[in-house]
Design a protein around this ligand. Sequence first.
Ligand code: IDP
Ligand code: MG
Length: 134
Amino acid sequence: MNNKTLAILKPDCLKRNLTGKVIDFILNKGFTIKAMKQLHLTEPEAERFYAVHKGKDFYDELIEYMSSGPCIPMVLEKENAVETFREIIGTTDPKEAAENTLRRLYAKTTQRNTVHGSDSDENAQKEIAFFFPL
Ligand code: IDP
Ligand code: MG
């Protein structure tokens, strides 16, 4: 399944009305949206999604932020989807992100960095199943 990845338009993206711009950017990069929905994660759901980060100093605030408002998870398809999508979103810290990446263009802080992208094919599969169980 190396042609699919899981993206999330995070709560700051929706709060700042950037949804249309971000989706347009993603489509212009050649990704196809295979599934998409809007939901509001509960804290336990956010904890489950980000379990790998439990214990890190930013974990509690990350959970609070990700459950602070609605988000939009989507399944994206393209050749080398995981790698290509990570390239177009840019580094975790938007200040370090390359020009014309989503985080560089739109994110304000490392925490509120506007968009999530899976970091491996294995995690993409797990994250897709988390939001879009068959
Ligand atoms: P990634 O989203 O670029 O893969 P991860 O290290 O997986 O980055 O971290 C998950 C999320 O946790 C980040 O997107 C960001 O929202 C938040 N985060 C990561 N590192 C920090 C930090 O040092 N301070 C505050 N928030 C952080
Ligand atoms: Mg990550």
